[in-house]
Design a protein around this ligand. Structure first.
Ligand code: FAD
Ligand code: NAP
Length: 346
């Protein structure tokens, strides 16, 4: 097992932050992870698993061991005439799994097209976009207990999935290394499979119409999602970012009534996991506080989506974090709403 020292994490985080890690190792199997566990560097240091680094903000050098995941592979198994189980190695890029599924005509994750990062981090925050979350198609995952080295299986009820949340982001943070994720997808190769695509969300319908597509294939829906995302979101290869920096907050109906009276144009959606609450897009709140498109030193809030904080090239992680704190404070002062980061801060 090769463990490198003083490695720059610049190529390993989509914010493009040039921080150093004391130690760095890559694993490509359960065995190689267990071999790493035997090294004294593993034993004596703080450890952090990374995938694509697209949901991490490093505010300083990492004093410990970075474990870069590179576990590959896709296996499939028939579950029934209409459903298939697809087991993916956690080091596979998420979007390549989506593209593979579409090529097989397996439905369920087409709305999650073009989300950066690797398969192993997808359950971590229950990735979601355009009305679909990974929990909707989740079957099970395998993970190594980072203390004992034992392999455990997690079923859906064990994962405590919520809005951009799971047990792995909370109680089990840095306790398990996810090695594979199995999804239950609709087998559209079978003409008898009944499958309803989700196209009601956001601009999907409108984009399908623009593309002169009738919205009857998962490939069309994926293409529409890709088109919308490419128009709206900054490509981390060109402008460092980690997607939405904050989660969309939810408020109770009393607070909602008060705010909507004051801001009649405030967008709002029901919170699907709690009927008593209303979801308010954090991007709108941030925009109303005057941050959208604002450049602050080497950082800023993106011109097309205020929720995305960007690195204009030379930002430090702490600069991005200071901006995030200033945004958070102004949203609290103006609306009385506490917004919390979606991005993992280190
Ligand atoms: P990393 O950033 O490497 O890691 C994230 C966290 O997961 C860290 O705490 C890490 O320790 C942990 N982790 C990573 N791999 C493992 C593993 N194998 N086992 C245990 N823990 C692990 N997210 C959405 O939900 N929806 C979107 O639509 C979306 N759009 C985005 C658009 C852009 C342009 C960008 C830059 C980001 C976007 N994101 C979105 C955020 C991000 O891409 C996802 O959260 C993604 O799943 C992160 O994957 P990653 O491999 O990069 O994780
Ligand atoms: P948008 O369409 O501008 O909408 C803003 C917010 O309003 C979204 O975050 C979404 O919440 C909510 N929303 C919009 N239409 C909705 C509906 N019909 N029902 C319920 N909620 C609705 O959002 P966007 O920034 O372009 O993003 C589009 C999708 O991609 C969203 O689902 C978003 O979560 C996802 N995305 C995520 C990231 C990330 O890093 N996490 C980055 C980019 C895009 P939800 O977020 O709850 O869906």
């Amino acid at each position: 097992m090769i463990i490198s020292r003083n490695i720059s994490l610049f190529p390993y985080n989509t914010f493009g932050l040039d921080v150093l890690a004391d130690f760095f190792a890559e694993v490509d199997s359960v065995d190689s992870f267990r071999a790493l566990m035997l090294d004294s560097v593993y034993e004596t240091n703080e450890r952090l698993v990374i995938g694509g680094g697209s949901n991490i903000l490093f505010t300083k050098d990492f004093k410990g061991l970075i474990i870069k995941n590179n576990i590959q592979g896709i296996e499939e198994k028939k579950l029934s005439e209409t459903e298939v189980l697809v087991k993916a190695g956690s080091g596979l890029p998420w979007h390549s799994l989506v593209i593979w599924s579409i090529a097989q005509n397996y439905g369920g994750i087409e709305n999650l097209s073009l989300i950066p990062g690797l398969v192993g981090a997808a359950p971590m925050q229950n990735i979601g976009a355009y009305g679909v979350e990974i929990k909707d198609v989740f079957h099970e995952l395998e993970a190594i207990d980072m203390q004992s080295g034992e392999l455990a299986k997690f079923q859906i009820q064990d994962c405590e999935f919520g809005y951009r949340e799971s047990v792995f982001k909370n109680k089990f943070k840095n306790k398990y290394f996810i090695v594979s994720v199995t999804l239950r997808l609709a087998n559209l190769q079978q003409p008898s499979t009944i499958y309803k695509m989700k196209t009601a969300y956001g601009d999907i319908q409108h984009t399908l119409a623009e593309m002169q597509a009738d919205g009857t294939s998962i490939k069309q829906v994926s293409d529409a999602v890709i088109k919308i995302r490419q128009l709206k979101l900054p490509d981390p290869k060109e402008l460092g970012n980690a997607g939405s920096f904050f989660k969309n907050p939810t408020i109770n109906s009393a607070q909602f009534e008060k705010l909507i009276a004051q801001y009649p144009l405030m967008p709002n959606y029901p919170n699907v996991s709690n009927k008593e609450e209303i979801k308010i897009p954090a991007g709108w709140l941030i925009e109303q506080c005057g941050w959208k498109g604002k450049v602050v030193g080497n950082t800023g809030s993106h011109l097309k989506q205020a929720l995305v904080l960007v690195n204009y090239g030379k930002a430090s992680g702490s600069e991005v974090w200071q901006l995030a704190l200033a945004i958070k404070k102004s949203v609290l002062e103006k609306f009385g709403i506490e917004i919390t980061p979606e991005v993992n801060i280190y």
